[in-house]
Write a protein that binds this ligand. Structure first.
Ligand code: ADP
Length: 166
């Protein structure tokens, strides 16, 4: 068994339906550790990069609008999990992509729906493999936003503008 990391997103429908607690409780059955968490307002750029593998699909535009929160709330909760076989353990609890085909007791089976616009509103995202998890976590989190990262980092000196409280 191998230690992996996995990105979970509670999508805008999950937040609007107040499912955050349920989802995190359910995922705690895996005994994986949360090593990062933040609320994100998803830009078009981030959405398109995240779902780059679906660019050619007919539902792509609706999917981008969905993850950007146009139909629910303009927020997602991004969570980074770590532990042995993290991606497989999480994907099992999350369930199949199509909520109508997902196991009824999985998160997507319980709470997901297929909209009349043809998008699977399936409440959560979970990385499908360790390779995808690495790509996605690097897209959603900076190294210093994870309390532990298994991916190599490097220190760079940069001059940047940063926001401080007044
Ligand atoms: P997963 O989220 O299970 O990894 P994909 O990466 O293939 O699956 O799809 C990303 C998201 O796009 C899904 O979670 C779902 O919201 C939406 N989606 C995928 N396939 C379809 C489809 N055939 N019709 C409508 N929406 C879809």
């Amino acid at each position: 068994m191998k230690v992996e990391q996995c990105l979970v997103l509670i999508k805008p429908d999950g937040l609007v339906k107040s499912l955050t607690g349920d989802i995190i409780s359910k995922l705690s059955e895996t005994q994986l550790v949360i090593v990062g968490a933040k609320i994100v307002q998803v830009t078009r750029e981030l959405a398109e990069e995240h779902y780059q593998h679906l660019r050619e699909e007919k539902f792509f535009d609706e999917l981008i609008r969905y993850i950007m929160g146009e139909f629910h709330t303009k927020r997602v909760l991004a969570l980074a999990y770590q532990g042995e076989d993290a991606t497989a353990k999480i994907r099992k609890i999350v369930g199949a992509t199509n909520p109508e085909l997902a196991e009824p007791i999985s998160i997507r089976g319980k709470y997901g729906r297929v909209t009349t616009r043809g998008v699977f509103e399936n409440v959560v995202h979970a990385s499908e493999s360790p390779k995808e998890a690495e790509r996605e976590l690097k897209l959603w989190f900076r190294p210093d936003e994870l309390v532990n990262t298994i991916f190599p980092t490097q220190l760079k000196k940069v001059a940047i503008e940063k926001l401080f409280w007044k």
